[in-house]
Write a protein that binds this ligand. Structure first.
Ligand code: DX5
Ligand code: ZN
Length: 215
């Protein structure tokens, strides 16, 4: 069993972003881009100019993770900026998640729903057949470099069991504190995509860190 590795550019070197884009092109599977608005989460990261710039030289797909309120307002713009996968948080909107997932799909982009660690995974079950992937946070969204929460293994297992029992092909992405220390257990639990920021970009050998997480 193996997983796709999606390095999170939140931990990249923004003065030398081109170097880190090349690293992902060469060694990883997806670009993970964390968009934060200072409202849904207490932090602000980056928006369209960075997504555009990365897209202009990326040879791997862009996985854009929206941690913003009212995600529907910006979905079409992020799709046009080059997202191949686009996720938003279930509790970031009072609108019907189904219609937002539909808008993403209509743009030819893979839709995903994300949840923080305090939301039962069962809350995503009604939407699984509309999602290309679900994003299970293994830290509270908002900051890189936080400690992985151990209860994530059980959450991934419960989600995987539901997906399998319904014969769905929804992928499971895990995000936050992922490293070579917990990757293989996450893959065994059912994770298909691993997001990793600090453990890639703070490593002495980022390419080796990516290879060590693949499984
Ligand atoms: C957290 C972000 C994560 C974060 C991961 O809100 O969604 O993608 O960048 O960073 P690490 O791997 O350092 O926890
Ligand atoms: Zn993320």
């Amino acid at each position: 069993m193996s997983a796709l590795i999606a390095p999170s550019l939140l931990a990249a070197d923004f003065l030398h972003l081109e170097k880190d884009v090349r690293l992902i092109n060469e060694h990883a599977d997806l670009f993970h881009l964390d968009v934060m608005d200072g409202r849904f989460v207490p932090n602000i990261s980056f928006g369209f100019p960075i997504v555009d710039a990365v897209h202009s030289m990326a040879t791997k797909p862009l996985d854009v993770h929206l941690m913003i309120r009212h995600p529907q307002t910006y979905i079409e713009r992020f799709c046009k900026a080059g997202a191949s996968m686009l996720s938003f948080h279930l509790d970031a909107t009072r609108d019907d998640p189904e219609s937002i997932l539909g808008i993403i799909m209509d743009q030819g982009v893979k839709p995903g729903l994300a949840i923080n660690p305090n939301i039962p995974v069962e809350k995503l079950f009604p939407y699984l057949d509309l999602c290309d992937f679900v994003l299970i946070m293994s830290v509270f969204a908002g900051f890189g470099g936080q400690a992985f929460m151990e209860e994530t293994y059980g959450r991934v297992e419960r989600m995987k069991a539901e997906i399998v029992s319904r014969g769905l092909s929804t992928h499971i992405e895990v995000d936050g504190g992922v490293s070579p220390r917990n990757a293989s257990r996450l893959i065994s639990a059912g994770a298909d995509i691993l997001v990793a920021g600090s453990s890639v970009f703070r490593a002495d050998d980022p390419a080796a860190a990516i290879a060590a997480m693949r499984g």
